[in-house]
Design a protein. Structure first.
Length: 354
């Protein structure tokens, strides 16, 4: 009830109108419950205790939010898992792995990890640091000699061409891990530096192996001297090549032997190494009007035929949760130690203050 300041009388009409609308909205949201399901949770981390469990209102809110995003057409679908204190306490599947074919999301649906591949590459490098095969201060040219002669953009001449200068210090492994190597690659703008870096797009189809593609990079001038600034780019693809050189085995094989098999990440790998009938979610982006459209570059050739360290792995929600819990737990999970706690602490502290 609310007071009517003009007459001093009590007015019910406005609150009742709000209540009616609110009630209709809640009814609609309750109706969305059928759009998703709560699958039987995989055995990750043991049985949850009462202290771990989420309240019913939190579970309800999460269910409705995920279902609504699908129902409204904002997203194609979700597989959501939540762990508390190392124990799995929530799961939800909703929407479609393939909208056009009406293939529903399942707990074992694989997704393109894209740049969520990068933390896995960082872990691989740190494993070799612990093995004594790599040092964070090693110059990159110790493994890839062509990087000793790489040039750095210093300006433009009267003709509009780049002027360059030599490296003031070598690119080092820690520069790759912190994206301060001066290597670019992801940005596509009107900046001529970006155009220079996109001219040999190392992610394009048909350019060969990881080694073939990384060999293209030293021919390009760095954006800036190593250590000067953070720049998103192909640093982790170069690092993956360093890993396979130091480990003396293909990058995908190293990940399988040292990381995926020990953590029982059976649904994780590069596309070329997985069964062609494995359930894989289609990728979508948005048209200008906000509607979902297929991102076709992921359909056939994304990361096919090579093993990019910056993006290219596919995985499932349960698999990636195991990897995440390993890091949360200081480098070990399920009785298997992947990294020492000191290495995880080094990975998770601030290295680039800006």
């Amino acid at each position: 009830m609310a007071g009517d300041g003009r007459s001093g009388r009590l007015s019910r009409s406005k609150p009742l109108g709000y209540a009616l609308v609110t009630g209709m909205w809640l009814t609609a949201m309750l109706g969305l419950a059928c759009d998703g399901s709560s699958p039987q949770l995989p055995r990750i981390g043991g049985s949850a205790t009462e202290a771990d469990e989420l309240s019913w209102i939190r579970r309800f809110a999460m269910d409705r939010l995920l279902d609504f995003r699908v129902w409204s057409g904002a997203r194609s679908g979700f597989v959501a898992l939540v762990a508390r204190n190392g124990r799995l306490v929530y799961g939800r599947t909703t929407g479609f792995a393939d909208v056009e074919a009406s293939v529903p999301m399942q707990l074992d649906t694989r997704f393109q990890l894209a740049s969520m591949t990068k933390p896995i590459t960082a872990v691989a490098a740190m494993m070799l640091v612990e093995d004594g095969r790599i040092s964070l201060d090693d110059p990159l040219d110790r493994y890839l000699p062509a990087f000793a002669e790489v040039r750095v953009i210093s300006g433009r001449d009267d003709a509009g061409d780049w002027t360059t200068e030599p490296l003031s210090e070598p690119i080092r492994i820690h520069h790759l891990l912190t994206f301060t190597s001066g290597i670019g690659g992801y940005v596509e703008t009107n900046d001529r530096r970006d155009g220079t870096w996109w001219s040999p797009d190392i992610e394009a189809a048909g350019l060969g192996s990881l080694a073939d593609r990384v060999d293209l990079i030293p021919r390009l001038p760095l954006y800036e001297q190593p250590g000067r600034r953070w720049r998103y780019g192909w640093s982790l693809d170069v690092l993956a090549r360093v890993v396979e050189i130091a480990a003396e085995e293909p990058y995908g094989d190293f990940l399988q032997r040292r990381l995926f098999d020990p953590l029982q990440m059976q649904a994780t790998g590069f596309p070329s190494a997985l069964s062609p009938d494995a359930p894989l979610a289609k990728m979508y982006t948005h048209a200008e009007d906000g509607s979902l459209i297929r991102e076709e570059r992921f359909d056939e050739d994304y990361a096919v035929g090579w093993t990019p360290g910056g993006g290219g792995l596919v995985s499932s929600a349960p698999d990636y949760l195991r990897f995440s819990l390993m890091l949360w737990n200081g480098g070990s999970w399920g009785g298997v130690r992947i990294l020492e706690p000191e290495s995880v602490a080094e990975m998770t502290r601030l290295h680039v203050p800006s």
